[in-house]
Design a protein around this ligand. Structure first.
Ligand code: SAM
Length: 302
């Protein structure tokens, strides 16, 4: 960082989100910033030129894409250091989110340049917000690797996540991706969010087996797709009868205290300790009822 130039004399890097389909999804602030900066660094200058022309914005464009991002980052840092202000945009949505931009921002940060986000559309957030799936915690995954081996490892590694998983996927690979999800994660609930903000916007919601059927019935799937997959539910993969038997046996033999038994089974079944504890309480209560002469059964899980 050049200490002789104070941050006030340096330019500002604005990271500006742009529409993901509907051109009217620009924010007032994004328009103001694009109108006022010295340079707009764009993933594809021709693509961004259309957006700028829609809003009558005249700006000096330079190309910063995946293949020249490192050089571009250096050039922009030099421009910013000399006091110029720069807006970074990608083709659609929020820059640096499965798009170029991360290196440029990193370079600017390490050069002591102020970086200001101008928030707006992002397909992942748009899809999640209207999906009806749990969104208190989610895991943004972006694109899965393309090669089969790496893809298998990747999907398998995600299969234990409890949060809603958010993937970007090409429409060509959607069907095989759904089949791979089913293979690695079981019949999970999924939402396919297609062509968001565009005329043919569509949401397909249901168990992955059903969505595979729907997609198979179509000649082709067109447009852009964001895929959401439900996280694993704690008890989904557990053989409840087996778990109940183990609990019963351990409690009858008084091998472990309920709390230690819960800890040990939680680890082995990859289920939260609390869920196992509830199961233990249910088995215990059944044992007590039997012991007191009544023989009413009940569900293991409340
Ligand atoms: N930076 C962008 C963002 O913030 O959303 C994402 C860029 S990434 C290269 C492009 C992917 O985002 C597409 O392949 C698709 O998976 C998803 N996507 C973009 N626009 C979309 C839309 N209108 N509807 C559904 N998914 C979309």
């Amino acid at each position: 960082m050049d200490e002789s130039v104070s941050i006030a004399e340096k330019g500002v890097l604005y990271v500006v989100a742009t529409p993901i389909g509907n051109l009217r999804d620009m924010t007032f602030r994004a328009v103001d910033i694009l109108n006022s900066v010295d340079l707009v660094a764009a993933e594809d200058t021709r693509h961004t030129a259309k957006l700028l022309s829609f809003y009558n914005i005249r700006a000096k464009l330079i190309a910063c894409h995946e293949h020249n991002e490192a050089q571009c980052a250096e050039r922009l840092a030099a421009e910013l250091n000399s006091g110029k202000s720069v807006a970074l945009v990608s083709d659609a949505g929020t820059p640096a989110i499965s798009d170029p931009g991360y290196r440029i921002v990193m370079e600017a940060v390490s050069a002591g340049i102020r970086v200001v986000p101008i928030p707006g559309p992002s397909a992942a957030i748009a899809a999640l917000s209207a999906s009806g799936m749990p969104s208190d915690m989610f895991c943004f995954v972006g694109f899965a690797p393309k090669k089969k081996g790496a893809r298998d490892v990747f999907l398998q590694s995600l299969s234990h996540r409890k949060e809603t998983l958010v993937f970007y996927e090409s429409p060509r690979r959607l069907l095989s991706m759904l089949a791979e999800i089913q293979h690695h994660m079981g019949d999970r609930y999924v939402v396919v969010a297609r062509e968001l903000t565009k005329i043919h916007e569509e949401f397909l919601r249901g168990p992955v087996s059903e969505i595979i059927g729907l997609v198979e019935d179509r000649v082709s799937i067109k447009g852009e797709v964001t895929l959401l997959v439900a996280g694993t539910s704690d008890k989904a993969d557990v053989d409840e009868n087996r778990l109940e038997e183990e609990i019963l046996q351990s409690l009858s033999e008084r091998r472990l205290s309920p709390s230690r038994l819960a800890a040990s089974l939680a680890k082995r079944y990859n289920v939260s300790k609390n869920d196992i504890y509830q199961a233990i309480l249910a088995v215990q209560s059944r044992m007590d009822t039997r012991g007191s002469g009544s023989d009413k059964g009940g569900p293991v899980h409340g």
